[in-house]
Design a protein around this ligand. Structure first.
Ligand code: ADP
Ligand code: MG
Length: 399
């Protein structure tokens, strides 16, 4: 993969021929931060996006900064306005940031043209227009008219072929990958070229979300360890008791094939051997640790023996990737399995990568996030990248 970088623009031979100073640069960032009535709950994505914008502004660029926030489905949703992020970005970057209440059209163009060197214009939520997620050519062109140069620093959206990540790129006179994008690619590439053994720990709420990923990861991993609700579909495939646990019956066949390939020795597939079960999902009722899930009970976390087995696998791994909590970790009595695994990932000498909003919340909540090798800002994007899949946003930058 050969991508043009900010280094190429700012210090390479291109920099002399084509200086950045005074030019309008469209920066697609991922400022999709969790908001609670306008208050930023977690600013990691915001902070991670500062670096590239700062370098461009220092070089005298006029930066037009764009992002999506949430899923407004093509219409204006006031609670998903990017307006509160303008002062927040300014505070974290020390740059002057103004906000414009649309991302295309007359107002956006006027604001972009009025921008001075080293200044930032934050556009309103890209997804207030249907053309963004539908990658409509007219919308792509409209975005592209705002700037001459294009930078994609939104790793978290690189797996989506949207107007701001793919459609508009061809209209720019030059396009580059931002620093965050490059950092993510560099760290995640360790999973594609692993020191062995490579362990992939996968969990979360739905097997259908991640079954495809498991199938692809099975091609490269030495050990797959499955937790979360995904595990029960595998137990059902082995005809084990699952009680009322969340099972996706239409996926049992695929789970069966993954078990068969493991039995044939292609990789090791670890499944829970004990479980935390409960009759209610909100933590209000009784919970207990069992080997076999009784009728009327549901699996809500991996049991302590399973957590210890997965932790041992994490310690023995040379490379490891984790996506998806091991149980309903938001509920305190069901969080122990995820916590045990999170600590093992942090303590492991392996090159480690954690992706996924909930998995990161679990690690960060324990205060051990800085001991993980790499915390990816992209959940879905990192999961696709480590499978060796081509991300549309990266492909567009290569062309
Ligand atoms: P990430 O954000 O790290 O990619 P996911 O969004 O895929 O992770 O999964 C996280 C969700 O999975 C959490 O909300 C958690 O409560 C849920 N989950 C984990 N284990 C179970 C379970 N046994 N039953 C139901 N939901 C579960
Ligand atoms: Mg999640």
């Amino acid at each position: 993969m050969k991508l043009t970088t900010l280094d190429d623009w700012l210090s390479g031979p291109e920099a002399q021929a084509n200086p950045i100073r005074g030019r309008r640069v469209f920066v697609r960032a991922d400022l999709n931060v969790p908001l609670d009535s306008g208050r930023i709950v977690d600013d990691s994505r915001l902070k991670a996006s500062v670096g590239s914008v700062k370098r461009l502004c220092t070089a005298g660029a006029r930066v037009i900064l764009a992002s999506h926030l949430g899923r407004p489905k093509g219409e204006r949703v006031d609670s998903l306005s990017l307006a509160p992020l303008a002062p927040a970005f300014s505070e974290r970057s020390g740059l002057p940031v103004t906000f414009v209440e649309d991302c295309v059209g007359e107002t956006a163009a006027t604001a972009a043209n009025a921008l001075g060197e080293g200044e930032v214009l934050l556009l309103e939520n890209l997804r207030f227009h249907r053309g963004e997620t539908q990658n409509q050519p007219e919308f792509s062109r409209a975005l592209a008219t705002l700037a001459e140069l294009y930078v994609n620093d939104a790793f978290g959206t690189a797996h989506r072929a949207h107007a701001s990540t793919v459609g508009m790129v061809a209209h720019a006179s030059a396009a580059a990958a931002g620093d965050l994008m490059l950092d993510e690619i560099q760290h995640l590439s360790a999973i594609l070229r692993p020191e062995r053994p490579l362990l992939c720990l996968l969990g979360g709420g739905k097997v259908s979300d991640k079954l495809g990923a498991l199938q692809n990861l099975a091609e490269r991993a030495d050990i797959l360890a499955v937790g979360g609700a995904m595990a029960y579909t595998f137990l059902a495939a082995r005809d084990e008791a699952v009680g009322n646990s969340r099972v996706e019956s239409d996926r049992i066949g695929e789970a069966q094939r993954l078990l068969d390939r493991a039995a044939a020795g292609q990789y090791e597939l670890l499944l829970p051997t004990d479980h935390v079960v409960s009759q209610t999902l909100d933590g209000s009722g009784e919970s207990k640790i069992v080997r076999s899930i009784p009728a009327g009970w549901m699996g809500v976390d991996i049991g302590p023996e399973t957590a210890a087995r997965y932790a041992a696998a994490a310690h023995a791994a040379r490379t490891l990737f984790w996506n998806g909590p091991m149980g309903i970790f938001e509920i305190e009595p069901f969080a122990k399995g995820t916590e045990h695994v999170a600590r093992a990932v942090a303590d492991s000498p392996a090159t480690s990568v954690v992706g996924g909003g909930d998995s990161l919340a679990a690690v960060n909540g324990l205060g051990i996030g800085n001991r993980v090798g790499h915390r990816s800002t992209g959940g879905g994007a990192s999961l696709e990248f480590v499978q060796g899949l081509e991300l549309p946003g990266l492909k567009a930058l290569e062309q």
